[in-house]
Design a binder for this molecule. Structure first.
Ligand code: PLP
Length: 455
């Protein structure tokens, strides 16, 4: 039996042997990592016994909440029956068949096929290969360029990080973006909209896409890819005019439209998928996170019938992963998606907890001097820390002030995230109204402390 280690020992071993993602190792090791040991519902506990409200559902993924014994029992049963088999070479297994059938039921019309991956990044890379394969089989091999957006996030693999528009990721010595990827500006009205109304700005932002397609040449553009709401970019919610106009432009120039639903998918916005919230119709959409509520790594690319037919026509699609459709991950994802549906969790986000959060979120944060643009939909919300609310002036050195604010929340056992100077939250979808009140009461205290520190 593994001996019980003290928090200090765990920290020391972690510092000695573990390189963390997206982390400044030196500063982490000076401070020591917080050791998380248990989860239940919306709560986490650390190794020192502190109870923490997880306002981020892990990394926007634990949609169903922590501690569901039914999911761990499904995993055990599946492991006992068939811990592993692959789906290459004309084999399948019941868990992946059941999941595919269920996903076709919850997906919008026109999406009867999925392709499995292990993460959001792999879903994005799979989608890039699929899009290029589609045009190749159609006899338009030169249609290769994918257009993403600045401040979009599509993962950390070479394809995903290229398509994403996080300049600091491109600058990290990896020679990104790879060729064949272009970017247009994000639809961020508060920061870029100037004197335009949000609706005017939504159309202007879509026009940047049209200009880029014309600059590259429509015969060379394969797809436009965007998150319905930019999550890691700071919960940037486009104006209502944006997505329908983007869809019109993609149709006009025969460009595939791809929604990256890794965060928005599986109920985050109160709809099953974020594109349903904004009323547009992608040809492909990528998912992961909420598919298994993070209980096991699994992602899925939902392939629209037009694209699926062309892939089938092309014969072999030489792409896949050892763990594509892993039996245990598939069984757990299936139990998770069924629970999201049968327990009415997404319905509740749409009609009850989502609207309640949005109303309370605005009431609580709008009154602070350094808070501008309080926004959200369903159970994904944010506010932006601003120097001057009246003029929408931002703080210099983007991100510095956000980290100060985030650390105050963290010290008070409330996890929210700073994406630059946008403070964001996306709790488990099972959060109750009482828990929303508790979370926001604590958040308000933290904001008072933060503003006092700024003075
Ligand atoms: N796409 C989007 C929209 C994401 O938000 C993320 C992760 O946050 C990814 C892709 C990458 O997912 P993963 O970290 O599972 O590779």
């Amino acid at each position: 039996m593994q001996k019980q280690r003290s928090t200090r020992e765990l920290r020391e071993l972690d510092a000695a042997h573990h390189l963390h993602p997206f982390t400044d190792t030196t500063s982490l090791n000076q401070q020591g990592a917080r050791v998380i040991t248990k989860g239940e519902g919306i709560y986490l506990w650390d190794s020192e016994g502190n109870k923490i409200i997880d306002g981020m559902a892990g990394l926007w993924c634990v949609n169903i909440g922590y501690g569901r014994k039914d999911l761990s029992e499904v995993a055990k049963r599946q492991m006992d029956d068939l811990a592993y088999y692959n789906t290459f070479f004309k084999t399948t297994h019941p868990a992946v068949v059941e999941l595919s059938h269920l996903l076709a039921e919850v997906a919008p019309a026109g999406f009867s096929h999925v392709f499995y991956t292990n993460s959001g990044s792999e879903s994005v890379d799979t989608m890039i290969r699929m899009v290029r394969r589609y045009w190749e089989v159609k006899g338009q091999k030169q249609k290769k360029t994918l257009i993403g957006r600045w401040n979009g996030y599509h993962g950390s693999t070479i394809g995903g990080a290229s398509l994403g528009g996080m300049a600091y990721m491109h600058q990290d010595g990896g020679d990104l973006p790879i060729p064949g990827i272009e970017h247009v500006q994000q639809p961020w009205w508060y920061g870029l909209g100037g004197d335009m109304t949000p609706e005017e700005f939504g159309l202007a932002a879509a026009k940047w896409l049209e200009d880029k397609i014309l600059e590259i040449g429509p015969d060379k553009v394969a797809a436009f890819v965007g998150e319905p709401i930019q999550g890691a970019g700071g919960v940037i919610i486009p104006p209502s005019t944006y997505w329908p106009e983007v869809e019109r432009i993609c149709h006009k120039y025969d460009v595939l439209l791809v929604a990256d639903e890794v965060i928005c998918g599986f109920g985050r916005t109160g709809e099953w998928f974020g594109h349903q919230c904004f009323g547009f119709h992608p040809d492909i959409f990528t998912t992961a996170k909420g598919l298994s509520s993070g209980y096991l790594p699994i992602g899925a690319v939902f392939v629209g019938d037009k694209v699926a037919a062309m892939l089938a026509e092309g014969g072999d699609f030489n792409h896949g992963f050892t763990y594509s459709g892993h039996p245990v991950a598939a069984a757990v994802a299936c139990a998770n998606v069924r629970a999201l549906r049968d327990e009415g969790i997404i319905e509740r986000v749409k009609h009850e907890t989502g609207p309640y959060m949005q109303q309370r979120w605005r009431e609580v944060f709008s009154r602070f001097e350094h808070v501008g643009d309080v926004r959200g939909v369903g159970l994904i919300q944010a506010f932006t820390l601003v120097k001057n609310k009246a003029t929408r002036e931002l703080f210099p050195n983007t991100g510095e002030i956000g980290l100060i604010c985030r650390d105050i929340f963290f010290r008070h056992d409330l996890i929210m995230r700073a994406c630059g100077d946008h403070m964001v939250s996306a709790p488990p979808l099972v959060i109750s109204k009482q828990e929303i009140d508790d979370m926001l009461a604590l958040a308000a205290q933290c904001m008072e402390e933060f503003e006092a520190e700024l003075k």
